[in-house]
Design a protein around this ligand. Structure first.
Ligand SMILES: Cc1cc2nc3c(=O)[nH]c(=O)nc-3n(C[C@H](O)[C@H](O)[C@H](O)COP(=O)(O)OP(=O)(O)OC[C@H]3O[C@@H](n4cnc5c(N)ncnc54)[C@H](O)[C@@H]3O)c2cc1C
Length: 463
């Protein structure tokens, strides 16, 4: 065995996958997982654990895989993570756990994400379940939002006896995991549903189609509804626009609209009646995970798809694996390019996108070199649909209806980083509504911290 090289992961062939919405990566089988686990050096001072935002005991679960004890591996992961099949698929491991693996210095780091995914999938397929319902302590906690932050907070509290109710604005649970990340990255009917069902098995009550700030307020939850604490995990998914001419033309969509129609309303499936409107030539503007998901969705719907990003490939904020997939699937990358206007035809539909070439100048406040337009470099790309995926921001409904809840100038909720406590007593927050758009694992980590603080405060354990 070459310890420096990873065990390859099987994938759907490119020709096949661009014609379907099935998962691209097929994951490891038992033999492949054991082979990969055998590469782990079992470091005495493992760097991978500290680089994982929920501190998964990585070497221990890898050792259990090596010992052919997949159930024990799953038990170890379950101590720290409620959503392993999801994290194994969508975490930016190259920047986190795998970034800390010493094998990465001279060779390829252990495929920790793929091993985590293997264990979680194995458990699901073998119907192994660690969710045991705790005896109620009689204390009611409300969780607003069913994304990774809310679900994690709810699960951790339910495990120790709290009566948790999750209030979700949509009809479907999971937040971005349900409406945003496409089926070919994260299967909904199996993976997402299973991990959310596990939370329900812990006794968590669910109320969908409830918009806190409209249907009910936080003050009402803490008052007449009898909740002793409220966790806000509402994400930050209100889409941004560039503010360029032509954004109101027919055929300009936000990535939220496009991805929601595909994921929740299943407009790619023949057995669903959602009307399918997709351009022949689609330009997606942006460079994050959202943009890559949108552009890969467009390819699967039969479009010629372009990605327009104002910086270079080195600055692309999306996961490395997703960029590789997008390239293989035929997405045309227009890097160092920025749109200046969306052009329309006489009927008000998109007919092209005017762009300007960019070069990288001095670093900006984010530390990345800022893109600067190159004079006289404008050109027009012939497209009939434009999808804006240039980031999102916080909604203000909860802020506007909750007395004493402090937010910053971007309407993100201010908290104590260690505990998730907000400026309002008995109210906690975490995930994208605090950090701005970030990652699944960071949202989970915030949900965990808040659950711990809620327990400390309600049980008096910190006094
Ligand atoms: C398309 C897309 C792809 C992504 N890909 C990745 C990836 O590959 N890897 C990764 O790590 N991260 C990825 N991310 C980011 C990641 O999904 C988010 O950081 C994460 O989901 C944030 O979790 P959250 O729980 O804070 O919020 P969300 O997941 O946004 O969940 C918030 C929930 O709260 C609900 N809600 C909002 N307001 C209210 C209200 N007033 N009342 C009741 N409910 C409310 C929403 O409907 C939603 O269900 C992606 C994001 C998007 C949009």
């Amino acid at each position: 065995m070459d310890r420096m090289k990873r065990t390859p992961v099987r994938e759907q062939s490119i020709a096949k996958r661009i014609g379907n919405f099935n998962e691209v990566s097929l994951g490891y089988n038992e033999e492949e997982a054991i082979t990969e686990a055998n590469r782990c050096l079992q470091c005495k001072k493992p760097m991978c654990i500290g680089k994982c935002p929920v501190n998964n005991k990585i070497p221990s679960f890898i050792k259990a895989i090596r010992d052919n004890d997949f159930e024990y591996a799953a038990k170890i992961i379950a101590e720290t993570s409620t959503l392993p099949a999801i994290c194994g698929r969508v975490c930016p491991q190259e920047l986190q756990c795998e970034g800390g693996c010493v094998l990465g210095i001279k060779g390829e780091p252990i495929a920790i994400g793929n091993l985590e995914r293997f264990v979680a999938d194995w458990c699901r397929e073998n119907e192994i379940d660690f969710s045991t319902k705790a005896e109620s302590n009689g204390k009611k906690v409300a969780v607003i939002g069913s994304g990774p932050a809310g679900i994690t907070c709810a699960g951790d509290l339910a495990k120790i006896g709290y009566e948790v109710t999750v209030f979700e604005a949509l009809h479907e649970l999971g937040g971005v995991l349900a409406w945003g990340i496409p089926e070919f990255v994260l299967p909904k009917g199996t993976v997402v549903k299973h991990e959310i069902d596990n939370i329900k098995k812990l006794g968590v009550k669910i109320e969908t189609d409830v918009i806190v700030g409209r249907t009910v307020t936080i003050d009402e939850l803490l008052g007449e509804e009898g909740f002793e604490a409220v966790f806000i995990g509402t994400g930050a998914a209100t889409p941004n626009f560039m503010g360029i001419p032509g954004e109101n033309l027919n055929g300009v969509l936000t990535s939220n609209e496009f991805l929601t129609k595909n994921n929740l309303m299943k407009d790619y499936r023949d057995d669903y009646k959602t009307p399918l409107v997709v351009g022949k030539k689609v330009a997606v503007v942006g460079g994050g995970n959202v943009a890559i998901d949108a552009v890969r969705t467009a390819i699967r719907l039969g479009s010629e798809a372009y990605l327009i990003y104002r910086r270079s490939e080195a600055e692309l904020p999306s996961r490395v694996e997703e960029v590789k997939f997008a390239k293989n699937e035929g997405v045309e990358f227009h890097l160092l390019t920025n749109p200046t206007e969306i052009l329309g035809d006489k009927d008000g539909w998109v007919s092209g996108i005017k762009c300007i070439k960019m070069e990288l100048g001095e670093p900006d406040e984010s530390g990345r070199r800022s893109p600067v337009p190159i004079k006289n470099s404008e050109f027009v790309l012939d497209v009939d649909m434009v999808i804006m995926a240039i980031g999102s921001r916080a909604d203000t409904k909860i802020k506007d209806t909750t007395k004493g809840l402090e937010v910053n100038r971007k309407n993100l909720i201010k908290i104590d980083e260690e505990t998730g406590r907000t400026s309002k007593s008995h109210v906690y927050a975490g995930g994208d509504i605090v950090s701005g758009p970030a990652t699944v694992i960071l949202a989970m980590s915030a949900g965990k911290k808040a659950a711990k603080a809620i327990h400390e405060d309600l049980s008096g354990e910190n006094k």
